[in-house]
Design a protein around this ligand. Structure first.
Ligand code: SAM
Length: 245
């Protein structure tokens, strides 16, 4: 295998998998997303080539992975969260497969359950939610708001902070309860994690000062945070038990 599509986890460098860390520590090249912590990139060997992903368009990036792979280098493509959940890992895997370059997928801890989880919001609960709907809020005009408003359980919106006002208004217009419990978790699992909770109709205003990356959660499970968060210990983000302070 030459190209590894590795999930770096949701932010805390300690949340990469053991397999992912082993590969980072032995690679020739690491191509990393902006959201991946500097501490993880620093784990690559001193003489490894470090390439920030944002220097490239997606098509150029896939071509770069192919050409590095064809040279037989051990390439770690380090992506935030899980590589196949809104991570464009699929596009890169297709490019590698089409060029007949062998690759391996190393799953990661997605922010999907990790960011709400570390904020004391379980995204499912036996009595409250047995269904999770996951959407991208990046281009809200493409969303089926009627379907989302009807869906039971928990709604998790990735990339939804910028358009949150529109998304909330359209959900309510489509029949979702205006006082449905909602939360925004910003920079989840990092030392900068912040959580705002408000009814759906107020959530965009309440979260207006938060920074991306942020996850929006709508559903009854959000109300559980009230009962949990005062006893919820937040672990300091670190790698190998080394505390960042
Ligand atoms: C391009 S998607 C990548 C998702 C990633 N593959 C995953 O599995 O978590 C980026 C979006 O993921 C969410 N996200 C990623 N990391 C996050 C974090 N630490 N806290 C909150 N949301 C996060 C945000 O919605 C962000 O806009």
């Amino acid at each position: 295998v030459t190209v590894y599509l590795v999930g770096a986890g949701p932010g805390d460098p300690g949340l990469i998998t053991a397999r992912g860390l082993e590969l980072v520590r032995s690679c020739d090249v690491v191509v990393h997303d902006r959201l991946v912590s500097d501490e993880l990139v620093a784990e690559a060997p001193a003489d490894a080539i470090r390439i920030p992903r944002e220097d490239f368009e997606q098509r150029e990036l896939s071509a770069l992975l192919v050409s590095l792979g064809q040279r037989g280098l051990d390439v770690v493509r380090l992506k935030g969260g899980d590589p196949f959940l809104f991570g464009r890992g699929g596009e890169e895997a297709i490019a590698l497969a089409e060029a007949d370059v062998e690759f391996e997928v190393v799953p990661g801890v997605s922010s999907l359950a990790a960011a709400p989880g570390m904020s004391a919001i379980p995204i499912t609960h036996r009595d409250l939610s047995s269904q999770v709907t996951i959407v991208s809020g990046h281009e809200p005009e493409g969303l089926d708001f009627a379907g989302l408003a009807r869906a039971r359980g928990t709604l998790v919106i990735f990339m939804g902070l910028a358009a949150l006002k529109t998304i909330a208004e359209r959900l309510i217009a489509a029949g979702k309860a205006r006082d449905a419990p909602a939360a925004v978790i910003s920079r989840g699992t990092t030392a900068e994690q912040e959580t705002v909770v408000a009814p759906l109709f107020e959530i965009a205003d309440a979260a207006s000062a938060l920074s991306p990356p942020a996850l929006v959660v709508v559903g009854e499970v959000v109300a559980m945070r009230e009962a949990l968060h005062h006893r919820n210990r937040i672990h300091a983000p670190s790698l190998n038990g080394r505390s960042r302070g």
